[in-house]
Design a binder for this molecule. Sequence first.
Ligand code: URA
Length: 241
Amino acid sequence: MPEKALFLETYLREIGVHTPVSLLSFGPEKTSEYVQPDAQQNDAAPDVEIDSANFKTLDALCEDASSCRLCALADTRTQVVFGAGNPHADLLFVGEAPGQDEDLQGEPFVGRSGQLLDRMLHAIGMDRDNVYMMNSIKCRPPNNRDPRPDEVQACKLWFEQQLDIIQPKMICLLGRVAAQTVLKTDDTLGALRGSWHEFQGIPVWVTYHPAYLLRSPRQKQKSWQDMMQLKLRFQALKISE
Ligand code: URA
């Protein structure tokens, strides 16, 4: 992402203004190789869309994100994996990054770990239709490596707008990478599990990533306990509404 665009976006967000992505299309001398080719050729004024992200629908944001070239993952992905589920969900699950299946199908958690996540949801009386699922970054890192800080930073533009639109009442972070990324910490998963955290005033719970549980099935017992805690607090929150 061009430094100026990043600065502008961060600054506007700090002061409570949500920037339509089109405002971040800079003229040719200010672009980097990851800005859309159209924007690079356009030396007239940027194509300013008078449209507040506050009023944007998730579908419109997804459409904008589908052509994102804010980081180098745009060169290797098949498609952007924006998110899926109920756009009005009170409970949001955040994973790490799309894997190969998700990259091919364009939906989060459709591979083996997604099937386990479905079973975890069923265990607490939920399914994909009453939660929303997304990842801390929207494009698959090559060979499923961990997302890099610059990729996470670039993808924040989408992540935060998604959150603004969905306005979940509770967030569950799946695995170390999602937890460290969203909570901006280097703490281990072990240290983060078992207590409530907060992100932008929203209660946050951390548990194991289903892919880890597939590799370490002995931890499923602890994961079950985590899911029960999540369910209890979620029910309490709904009762108090
Ligand atoms: N792992 C994740 O973290 N997210 C997905 O969408 C799939 C696998």
